[in-house]
Design a binder for this molecule. Structure first.
Ligand code: UDP
Length: 330
């Protein structure tokens, strides 16, 4: 297949591009490189540096080439920033997705895989979270993602779009040969921040909240390896049904506390990794853990990285060999 991959220079997107190329697909990446890295894009994929806001560019791309499907990763990701600048998120994450969908409709491209998020569930009453857990998004970021799912659902009914939305839990790790990995600026995620301490780039890592109703008082998250996520995208591509919107949780079903992540990183790196217990971070919920049975039974997906130590070791291999990430920012 020939795929258009928006945001294919970003963290999860670039790993999916590698998996697509390895599986023999032809890939065109559309990325404005505001957060992505050109060096993250596999050399066998074509990189078009451009913005989804540019409808002429979308029409040109889709006129000049035939695309069998679109994988849509491009989005702003900082939940905290979305609270301060909501319209920036609605404009990019929702508005530009609507532009993309409209272009797909104009050019009769009816297959799509979308990067959604477990944040749409908000503060669920019961764990683990199934796909039928009522949505209750707590931030503009999450509300815009949910609105995109609705736009896709309505497009499925109205013009036959076939769509799979993968609701990511906490993506982590890096490709096995450590040639690409996670490089956000600013970096807010736990595992890279912990590993920056092991690299000597930071003195300590802050633990945001130690009084949560969890086994050790710190937040529980479901860390899923980015290569397993990439595999979920390939399987989703095959699972698209015309005129049907399908959503799957992309998580392992196993939760880990912040303290367990720090402990895993101590074991993997041999560094003592000092922590500073700090107040809760606004917007964090105590526990997010997937019920992954639907993606396992319907897509045959099984994570290959099953332990926290394996996931942290894979992230460490990337950070240790690329202490400045892609080193492409001024
Ligand atoms: N966290 C932390 N210190 C950090 C970064 C994150 O204690 O420097 C906590 C955060 O409060 C959350 C968990 O680690 O409970 C995972 O946060 P992350 O930002 O990696 O992912 P999120 O779950 O927010 O998408």
């Amino acid at each position: 297949m020939h795929l258009l991959v928006t945001g294919g220079a970003g963290y999860v997107g670039s790993h999916a591009v590698r998996a697509l190329v390895s599986a023999g697909h032809r890939v065109t990446v559309l990325d404005n490189l505001s957060a992505g890295h050109a060096a993250a894009v596999h050399t066998d994929a074509r990189l078009v540096a451009g913005d989804l806001h540019d409808e002429t560019l979308l029409d040109d791309l889709m006129t000049l080439e035939h695309y069998d499907a679109v994988m849509h990763f491009a989005a702003f990701i900082e939940v905290g920033e979305s609270v301060v600048h909501p319209l920036k998120f609605y404009e990019n994450n929702l508005g530009n997705t609507v532009r993309l969908l409209a272009a797909m409709q104009r050019h009769d491209i009816r297959r799509m895989v979308f990067s959604s998020t477990c944040a749409i569930y908000g503060l669920p009453e019961r764990m683990p979270i199934t796909e039928d857990t009522p949505s209750s998004p707590q931030s503009p970021y999450a509300r815009a993602k949910l609105a995109v799912e609705w736009a896709m659902m309505d497009s499925a009914a109205a013009w036959g779009l076939g769509c799979v939305a993968l609701r990511y839990f906490n993506a982590a790790g890096a490709v096995a040969d450590a040639t690409i990995g996670e490089d956000h600026d600013p970096e807010s995620h736990l595992i890279p921040n912990v590993l920056k301490v092991a690299l000597g780039q930071r003195e300590h890592v802050k633990i945001f909240g130690t009084d949560y109703p969890t086994p050790d008082g710190t937040c529980v998250r479901d860390y899923v390896h980015v290569e397993d996520l990439a595999d979920a995208h390939l399987r989703s591509l095959d699972a698209i049904k015309p005129g049907v919107f399908r959503a799957f949780n992309a998580g392992t079903g196993h939760g880990a506390t912040v303290r367990q992540v720090v402990e895993a990183a101590r074991e993997v790196t041999g560094h003592p990794i000092p922590v500073v217990e700090s107040p809760r971070r606004a917007g964090d919920v105590p526990i997010l853990c997937a019920d992954a049975s639907r993606i396992q039974s319907e897509l045959g997906w099984q994570p290959r990285y099953t332990t926290l130590n394996e996931i942290v070791a894979s992230a460490w291999a990337w950070h240790r060999t690329h202490p400045k990430g892609f080193n492409d920012r001024p």
